[in-house]
Ligand binder design. Structure first.
Ligand SMILES: NC(=O)C1=CN([C@@H]2O[C@H](COP(=O)(O)OP(=O)(O)OC[C@H]3O[C@@H](n4cnc5c(N)ncnc54)[C@H](OP(=O)(O)O)[C@@H]3O)[C@@H](O)[C@H]2O)C=CC1
Ligand SMILES: CC(=O)[C@@H](O)[C@H](O)COP(=O)(O)O
Ligand SMILES: [Mn+2]
Length: 383
C-alpha cells in the first residue's frame, strides 16, 4: 500500500489525483490532505477518503471541521505549519504537491528533508528556487517525480537512456487561449476569454499563465532544473492539439516523443506508480486516425514576450527567476480581480525584472526576501 499525502487536494490536479487514488484503493491510501478555502469540497474529500491528517489555510475552517468530524480520529491543523506537517508525516511515502504558487516551496523542502518522494505539479517553487529543490533532492536522495504533462513526457522518453546523449528537449505549447489573436488584438481581452483554454481544463492561475505563455516559460525553467539541461538546449514548439506532450532529441538525431489525449491523470498516475504502469480507467485512447493532422509552428518571441522574459531570467539565474515568479503571481491575481489588463501582466513583469539587481546562488532566506519585496513593488505599481 502506497501512503500518500496530497497538498492542494481541492484543486484541478488535486481532484484528478483523488480520481487516480480512488480507482486503485487497494494500492493507494490517502493519509493526509491539505486545502485552502474550498471547505465544501474539502468536506466531501474527508467524508470519502477519511484521511488521518487535514491541513487547512485558516484557523476558522480548521475549528469548523474539527467540530464536524468530532471523534473520527482525524487531526486538523491550519496555516503554514500545518502544510509542513502534512508534507512530513512519518507514515507517508509520497507527497503529491498540487498546490498553486510559491506557497508550496517550503513544504516541498520539508518533504524532501523527511525523505519523502515528491510528485511535483506545483511548478512555481521550481521556478523560484529550482537550485535549492534539486540540491536538496540530491542531498537527501529523494526523487522529484514530474507531474507537469511536458516534464512527465520527457521523463518517460528518458527511461533507459543515457542523459549525456541528450541533444535537446522540445517542450510543446498549445499557444493558450489567445493563440489565434495577433498581439495588437490582445488589448481588450476579457478574463472569461483568457480562462478558456483550448485543450485543458485547469485551475485559473495556470490557465492565465498559458494564455501569456508564462506557463511555457516556467516549464523551460522547470525542465532546466529537473533534467539538468542548459537553456540553450531547451526549445519550445507550438503544437495546437496538445497530443504530443513533449519530445527529446538525442545526439544521433533520433527524436522520442510521448503522446496521448490531454488527460492529467496519465502523468499523475505515472508519478504515483513509477517505474510501473497501470491501466487508466475512464479515459480516451489516442486514435490518431480520428485526429488526422497534427500542427507545429515556431514560436514568435515578440508575440509571446513572457516566454522571452522567462528564458532570459532563467539564463541570468540567481534571484531573477524568483522575481519573475513573484511578479507573475501578483499580476495574474490582479488580472483575475479585474485590476489590470491582460497586456499589463507582461508590462509589470518586465518592469520588475529590469529594476532587479541579481543576487547569485541565493539561500532560502534571500529568496524569501526577494519574493516579498517583488510582490510589494508590483502591488505598489498596481495601486
Ligand atoms: N491543472 C493542471 O492541469 C495543471 C497544473 N499544473 C500546476 O499544478 C499546480 C496546481 O494547479 P491547479 O490544480 O490547476 O491549481 P488550482 O488553483 O486548481 O488548485 C490549487 C490548490 O492549492 C490550494 N491552495 C491555493 N493557495 C493556497 C494557500 N495559500 N495555502 C494552502 N493551499 C492553497 C487550493 O485550495 P482551495 O481551492 O481550497 O483554496 C487548491 O487545493 C500549479 O502550480 C500549476 O501550475 C501543472 C500542469 C497541469
Ligand atoms: C496540462 C499541462 O501540463 C499544462 O501545463 C499545459 O501544458 C498547458 O498548456 P499550454 O501551456 O501548452 O497552453
Ligand atoms: Mn504543462
Amino acid at each position: 500500500m502506497k501512503k500518500i499525502s496530497l497538498l492542494g487536494a481541492t484543486g484541478s490536479i488535486g481532484e484528478q489525483t483523488l480520481d487516480v487514488i480512488n480507482s486503485y484503493r487497494e494500492r493507494f491510501e490517502l493519509i493526509a490532505i491539505s486545502f485552502g478555502s474550498n471547505i465544501e469540497y474539502g468536506r466531501k474529500i474527508i467524508q470519502q477518503f477519511k484521511p488521518k491528517f487535514v491541513a487547512v489555510k485558516e484557523k476558522k475552517t480548521c475549528e469548523q471541521l474539527k467540530l464536524e468530524f468530532l471523534n473520527e480520529g482525524i487531526t486538523f491543523s491550519y496555516g503554514e505549519e500545518a502544510l509542513m506537517e502534512a508534507a512530513m508525516l512519518e507514515e507517508v511515502e509520497i507527497v503529491v504537491n498540487a498546490l498553486v504558487g510559491n506557497v508550496g516551496l517550503v513544504p516541498t523542502l520539508k518533504a524532501i528533508e523527511a525523505g519523502k518522494k515528491v510528485a511535483i505539479a506545483n511548478k512555481e517553487p521550481l521556478v523560484t528556487a529550482g537550485h535549492l529543490l534539486t540540491e536538496h533532492a540530491r542531498r537527501y536522495n529523494v526523487p522529484l517525480l514530474p507531474v507537469d504533462s511536458e516534464h512527465s513526457a520527457i521523463f518517460q522518453c528518458l527511461q533507459g537512456e543515457n542523459p549525456k546523449t541528450i541533444e535537446r528537449l522540445i517542450l510543446t505549447a498549445s499557444g493558450g487561449s489567445f493563440r489565434d489573436k495577433r498581439r495588437d488584438e490582445l488589448d481588450g481581452v476579457t478574463i472569461e476569454e483568457a480562462l478558456s483554454h483550448p485543450n485543458w481544463s485547469m485551475g485559473a492561475k495556470i490557465t492565465i499563465d498559458s494564455a501569456t505563455m508564462m506557463n511555457k516559460g516556467f516549464e523551460v525553467i522547470e525542465a532546466h532544473w529537473l533534467f539538468d539541461i542548459p537553456y540553450e538546449k531547451i526549445d519550445v514548439l507550438l503544437h495546437k492539439e496538445s497530443i504530443i506532450h513533449s519530445l527529446v532529441e538525442f545526439q544521433d538525431t533520433s527524436v522520442i516523443a510521448q503522446l496521448g489525449t490531454p488527460d492529467m491523470r496519465v502523468p499523475i498516475q505515472y508519478a504515483l506508480t513509477y517505474p510501473n504502469r497501470l491501466p487508466l480507467t475512464n479515459t480516451k485512447q489516442l486514435k490518431l486516425w480520428e485526429i488526422g493532422q497534427l500542427h507545429f509552428a515556431k514560436v514568435d518571441f515578440n508575440r509571446y514576450r513572457a516566454l522571452k522574459y522567462a528564458y532570459d531570467a532563467g539564463k541570468i539565474g540567481g534571484t531573477m527567476p524568483t522575481v519573475l515568479n513573484a511578479a507573475n503571481e501578483v499580476c495574474v491575481e490582479a488580472f483575475l480581480a479585474n485590476q489590470i489588463t491582460f497586456l499589463q501582466i507582461e508590462e509589470l513583469i518586465e518592469k520588475s525584472l529590469s529594476r532587479h539587481d541579481v543576487l547569485p546562488h541565493p539561500s532560502l532566506e534571500v529568496i524569501q526576501e526577494v519574493d516579498i519585496e517583488t510582490r510589494q513593488f508590483v502591488k505598489n505599481l498596481i495601486s
